[in-house]
Design a protein around this ligand. Structure first.
Ligand SMILES: C[S@@+](CC[C@H](N)C(=O)[O-])C[C@H]1O[C@@H](n2cnc3c(N)ncnc32)[C@H](O)[C@@H]1O
Ligand SMILES: [Zn+2]
Length: 280
């Protein structure tokens, strides 16, 4: 099915349209859609090779963990904020920048549709493993495109998005501002100071609080910040899934990793800030 809204050609910047199972631009550049439904828009010039997309192990760990619902309160709060801001509007385009394996992408889509808000959705992630898993969350007839591409060079038309959301993914002000329409909504979720403090206590000799700063963004008007705090208790494999989906695992000594692997139960705070802005 062809959707109104799509990606731009990463080679020449013209609009891509879906033709059979390929996205093509008027100049004949063509990008095949994988069987899972995502399209790889990373150019094979090695330019992206150094960018730190999540590997298969991290993507699988995140899928396992998120599906258990431990972060669902934050997802629900984000969806409430989106619905609150977007009620009464229609024909919207929402971009999930750094969508990962698509947990929040799917929930946001469902929440908006359920609220009677018609929305087309784009999801981008530099990790092909993540993009593939995200794409599989959607049916072909749903107005959703998932692509593998970098946040720092998004194959997305200028001023084409009503909403950009980004959760725990790299931040690129210029790109987010470029693709947002005037008055477009920007929703960003960042970890709060005490997020996963219990996990850090378990694996680090000297656990530290996350640094949370006021987050003024030039070119955007700050609307509000919505904190979501919770305490979760994990058992067995859930602990390793959480650990392996975070950067902590990859920054922790073997000893710290073994400490985590030996845990039978872990109780930890979770803490998020949902930050909402409007493009000025
Ligand atoms: C912590 S994960 C968050 C994923 C998802 N938003 C979520 O909350 O479940 C960060 C994601 O950013 C992606 N990423 C890292 N660098 C990127 C870049 N330059 N462009 C696009 N995605 C990137 C990773 O591949 C990973 O999927
Ligand atoms: Zn082209």
């Amino acid at each position: 099915m062809e959707h109104l809204f799509s990606f731009n050609c990463p080679v020449c910047g013209q609009k891509l349209t879906l033709d059979g199972n390929s996205f093509r631009c008027p100049s004949g550049h063509s990008f095949d859609r994988a069987r899972s439904g995502y399209v790889n828009l990373l150019l094979p010039d090695g330019k992206h090779a150094k960018l730190p997309g999540d590997n298969r192990q991290m993507v699988n760990a995140r899928r396992e963990f998120l599906e258990k619902g431990f972060y669902r309160p934050m997802a629900d709060a984000l969806c409430r904020e989106l619905v609150r801001e977007l009620t009464g509007k229609g024909n919207l385009t929402l971009l999930d920048a750094g969508c990962g394996e698509g947990y929040y992408t799917r929930l946001a889509y469902d929440a908006l549709v359920q609220a009677g808000i018609s929305v087309q959705l784009l999801g981008l992630d530099i990790s092909k493993f993540a993009a593939e898993k995200a794409a599989k969350r959607f049916r072909p007839e749903e107005p959703v495109h998932i692509g593998a591409a970098s946040i720092f060079h998004m194959p997305v038309e200028d001023e084409s998005c009503d909403v950009v959301m980004t959760l725990f993914a790299p931040f690129c002000r210029e790109e987010f501002l470029r693709v947002l329409k005037k008055d477009g909504l920007f929703a960003m979720v960042i970890p709060g100071a005490r997020h996963l403090y219990g996990l850090k206590q378990a694996v680090y000799d000297q656990p530290y609080l996350n640094e949370v700063q006021d987050y003024p963004i030039e070119g955007m008007t700050f609307l509000r910040s919505v904190p979501v705090d919770d305490t979760i208790t994990l058992h067995g494999d859930e602990i390793m899934s959480l650990f392996m989906m975070t950067p902590y695992y990859y920054k922790t000594s073997t000893e710290g990793q073994q400490r985590a692997a030996a845990l039978e139960q872990l109780t930890t705070e979770t803490s998020f800030e949902i930050l909402l802005y409007r493009k000025a």
